[in-house]
Design a protein around this ligand. Structure first.
Ligand code: SF4
Length: 121
């Protein structure tokens, strides 16, 4: 969710980036569609090479995915299982874009320097 507004085609594999591009385009084309926030692997994780058969993220220990997800959800005021329009989610993301949210949630991410240079879209 935090990465979507800055997605520019980078990702963990060609399948991952193709899937994320499809999702980003769909949300950008139809921002009134509803998004369900889940507590675990989501539609973006679905084609990620780091998603294990157990449903866990192989990078969890390295990049603390659950902790980062928790930071983002708390700062956006949303809960797992909640459904919101992407339009509403994007507005909330934009409202906290200059706060400490990206600093806390993006520390250690391999694309942090790249994203820091980009405007939200
Ligand atoms: S949370 Fe893990 S499985 Fe999901 S997209 Fe990120 S690295 Fe891949």
């Amino acid at each position: 969710m935090l990465c979507l507004p800055r997605f520019r085609g980078l990702g963990y594999s060609s399948e991952f980036t193709a899937n994320m591009a499809l999702i980003a385009k769909s949300l950008s084309d139809k921002p009134r569609q509803f998004v369900e926030l889940v507590d675990g692997p989501d539609d973006i994780c679905r084609l990620c090479p780091h998603l294990m058969a157990t449903g866990e993220c192989a990078l969890e220990e390295q990049v603390l995915v659950k902790e980062r997800d928790g930071i983002v959800l708390k700062m956006l005021g949303v809960w797992p299982g909640e459904r919101l329009s992407y339009h509403e989610l994007a507005a909330r993301l934009a409202a906290v874009a200059d706060s400490s949210l990206p600093k806390k949630a993006c520390i250690g991410c391999r694309w942090q320097n790249f994203c820091d240079e980009l405007p939200l879209r």
